[in-house]
Each structure stands twice: as C-alpha cells, then as structure tokens.
Design a protein around this ligand. Structure first.
Ligand code: 5AD
Ligand code: SF4
Length: 475
C-alpha cells in the first residue's frame, strides 16, 4: 500500500531566509584535537575525529587557524586543569584574529575536566562554545550542529544521501489531481540514527501566505488532494496573517485554512513526530472533513530502553496515549508508522516489545527498516551493534506481522462504499486507478474521463496491495 512513498526520493529545497544560507565556498573545515592525560583520552580523541569527519572536519596539526578546536582534558591533577584554562586563553587570541578575518573558531572542551567543571568553564571562559563530558563525546555532532545553527552558520556535511531514509517525496508539477506541497523542512530532534538534522539543517516553516497561494494555484490546475510535506511536518510553525498583524500558525490552523480553498477536497500531511501531535491537530482530525483519516506517525521501536537510546523523546506509553486520542477524535483513522530493527543494544525482548506494540496498535501499513549505521551519527558509535543476520530475521518477522495487519485492514473494506479520487489509468484496458480516504489504491472498471474526479465506489475485493471496486454513481 505504500509503494509510492517507499521509493520517495530527493525533496526540492524550499526557500529559507538568507541568513540561514551557506556562506559561499566555505567547505572543508579543519579540526585540531589536543589530548591530555591517559590512554583512554587518546582513544576518545580518535573516536571524536571519526564522528566529526562526516560533518566536514579534517584534522590539522596546529590549533592556530582551526575551525574547531577540541581540548580533550584530564582531571587527575589540579595543574592539568589550570593548563586547560591557560590553553583556552591562548586559543582565544587566535579565535579573535580569525573573527577579524571573517572566519570562525569553535572551541569545545571534552573529557574529565568538562565533566567535573562544565558550568564553571562556560562561566570563566566565555570563548568556549561547548562542553562535552567523556560519556557523551558521541553527542559532539549534535552539539556542533546546534552551535553552528545558533551562530547562523550552515554545516557542510559529507553524509551520503540515502534515499530510503533521508528524503521526502519529490516535489513536482501536478500531473494529476493529487500533489505534494512542501511546508516545512529540516529537523531539530536529533534522533541518534538519523542524518537529517545535519543534512537538512534546522527546522524551518514556510510562511502561510505563499503556501495558500501555491495551494490555490494547484486547485486551479485541477488538484483535488494535497499532501503537506515536511521532515517534521506537525512541528509546523509558520508566520501567518491575523486580523491585527501576524502570528505563528500551527499545522492545524494551516489545515483548517487550506480546507476552505475551493477545489481542495482532501488534505494529508507527512511525516510527523509523536511529540508534536498537538491537541489542536488531533481535534482537526475530528472536525475537518477534508483532512483524510490517515496518519503516518513513526514510533521506531516498542521498547522504552531503545527509544531512549534513539533520543526519540517519547515513550511507548505516550505514543499509545496519542494514538488513543487520535482514534477517539477520528475512529476510522488508518495508522501507519516507521520501525527500525536491530538498533544497537536491541535484545530479543526489546524486539518482542516492538511486536507487542504493533499488535496493540493494529496498523494499516508501515515501513520497516534494518538499522543502518550512518558514520558520524551518535548511534554508529554505540555499543551492542546487532549482528546483521539477527536484524534480518527480526525484520522478516516484523514485516510478516505488518503485512498480516495490512491485509486485514484492506479486507475489512469489502462491502463498504466510499469516495475514491481517481488519479490515473489502471493497469488493464478499461480500468481506472484511484485512492481511498485511507490511502489505499483502488482499481475500478470505468471511463477515463473520471480521472481527476471523486466518485462513490463499492469495494468488491482485495489484491495484495490494493482494493477492487465498482462505481456506484457515474457522472
Ligand atoms: N537506519 C535505519 N533506518 C533509518 N531511518 C532513518 N535513519 C535510519 C538508519 N540509520 C528510517 C526511520 C525514519 C525513516 C524515514 O527512515 O525509520 O523514520
Ligand atoms: Fe530524523 Fe525524523 Fe528523528 Fe528528525 S525526527 S532526527 S528526521 S528520524
């Protein structure tokens, strides 16, 4: 049922304020790591260089003009701490010189001094940009990315694009009655397996006015269904007009407004984060008839231990609670999700917890992925990487369960009559293809002139990934 989205590719860049744009030609940053103390620190410094390489940092042997200087400190002796402070003083002189030339040096303090005196360092040495303790050096990419964002800089990363995980569906001129409309880009969540916060940058919401204009244009070209796109679309917070000026609009406000545009009969949005499933958006599902009864709400795992290691910021319980509220608002809603199996540290029991969550929710479909190590992301450095065969086996079991649920969901539609939006020709002569409110493909025998229209269809059968039906009213 999700073939089209499963092959989704590169998203088109959406307009961002110029302050967030990359400074021209600034790539290939330099990194200097000064290691103090024990062998453990030497090892950690090497790992830090590893996790920073995909963010575009390559090592140099002098701190003087480095874009990032990490002091990996040791707390064994009082003198060592004082040495760190005097080194910060020396670095500050270089940092100031670089700033005069329009370049930037980020100073990070890592290791045991950072652990013991983090706040004290930030207070005593304002030249320091960030502090990271020895247990948290794998958080360096996130901290660097956040520091870069705070100063309006854009990270040039060498993360390889992986179309399966990182990209949104392609934006294109409408070639049918269903179109994508990009409203949000980037992500501030920093899930530990994901490159999107580095590659797509900070969360950004397009202002309301150009979105409405674009939606009107689409409607005039015959578009009946729009899917609002964003990496974290339900975190949407674009500037929109009010009677007295402008304010931040939520996704729910945007949806309610778009629903009033003549011709726009169906609205969808993808993809969402459970933490941003606000009450007003849930209410909109119950009140806005144009908002289709389908929600893609990735959960990734059914184990709280794994969710924590993923830095997902929600628990199994809070996710189930959200699902219950959504179902209360819109009882016929179809639910979909994303899952990762074989995340570092996932035991058989953690995986069983995921299976249990799937049984508890009952999905209309889902994407499931085997964990893939993306160098430079925090999870790639975690202990307990799961053997490939074990992950393969879990993926198979999960996919079998999801397929079973998807088939049951489709089979339950047999005998029902509902609206189908016809989007194109069917596979066979005399057949047209449409889409149900629950994003199922529906094959119907009917004339081509119905393409672009919504018609009532009675469902008479199912195929592995779609439904078959017959027209109830042909115009
Ligand atoms: N390994 C496996 N799956 C991943 N995803 C993102 N990054 C990874 C990764 N490193 C999946 C998540 C996400 C979807 C778009 O891709 O499930 O929700
Ligand atoms: Fe990646 Fe989605 Fe997590 Fe953002 S919320 S870091 S895009 S998986």
């Amino acid at each position: 049922m999700h073939e089209e989205a499963a092959t989704s590719l590169q998203s088109q860049q959406i307009d961002r304020p110029t302050s967030a744009r990359a400074p021209d030609g600034k790539t290939g940053k330099t990194l200097f790591i000064q290691t103090y103390g024990c062998q453990m620190n030497v090892y950690d410094s090497e790992r830090m260089a590893d996790v920073l390489r995909p963010l575009g940092y390559s090592p140099v042997d002098k701190p003087d003009n480095a874009n990032l200087v990490v002091l990996n400190t040791c707390h064994i002796r009082e003198k060592a701490t004082e040495k760190v402070y005097s080194e910060i003083g020396r670095l500050k002189a270089h940092k100031d010189l670089m700033a005069q030339n329009g370049a930037k040096m980020t100073i990070a303090i890592a290791g045991c001094v950072a652990q013991a005196e983090g706040e004290e360092i930030m207070r005593r040495a304002p030249a320091v940009d960030l502090v990271v303790g020895p247990q948290a050096y794998h958080k360096l990419p996130e901290l660097i990315a956040r520091a870069a964002r705070a100063s309006g800089e854009r990270l040039e990363t060498s993360f390889e694009a992986d179309e399966k995980f990182d990209a949104l569906p392609t934006l294109r001129a409408p070639d049918g009655p269903s179109a994508f409309l990009s409203v949000q880009e980037g992500c501030d969540k920093f899930c530990t397996f994901c490159v999107v916060p580095y590659t797509r940058g900070a969360e950004y919401s397009r202002p309301v006015d150009p979105i409405i204009l674009e939606a009107r244009g689409l409607a005039q070209q015959g578009v009946r269904e729009i899917t609002l796109l964003g990496q974290n679309v339900n975190a949407y917070h674009g500037q929109g007009p009010t009677l007295s000026g402008s304010e931040t609009w939520s996704l729910a406000q945007l949806v309610r407004h778009l629903a009033k545009i003549g011709g726009i009969e169906r609205i969808r949005y993808t993809t969402s984060h459970p933490c941003d499933m606000s009450d007003d958006l849930i209410e909109a599902h119950g009140e806005v008839k144009e908002l289709m009864p389908y929600l893609h709400l990735p959960v990734q795992s059914g184990s709280n231990k794994i969710l924590k290691a993923m830095n997902r910021k929600h628990s199994v319980e809070s996710y189930l609670d959200t699902i219950a509220k959504v179902r209360q608002a819109r009882p016929d809603i179809a639910l979909a999700s994303d899952f990762i199996v074989g995340f570092p540290g996932e035991t058989e029991q953690d995986f069983e917890d995921t299976m249990e969550l799937v049984r508890a929710v009952g999905y209309a479909g889902a994407y499931s992925f085997k964990y893939s190590k993306r160098p430079g992301t925090p999870a790639s450095e975690m202990y307990g990487q799961v053997a490939s065969e074990v992950a393969d086996d879990r993926l198979q079991r999960l996919q079998a369960l999801i397929l079973e649920q998807q088939r049951a969901f489709n089979a339950a539609k047999i005998g029902e009559t509902f609206d189908v939006l016809f989007t194109g020709k069917g596979r066979n002569e005399g057949q047209i293809l449409g889409r149900s409110p629950w994003l199922q493909s529906v094959h119907v025998a009917g004339p081509e002139h119905l393409i672009g229209q919504i018609q009532s269809v009675r469902i008479i059968g199912t195929m592995p990934n779609s439904l078959t039906g017959e027209l109830v009213t042909a115009s």
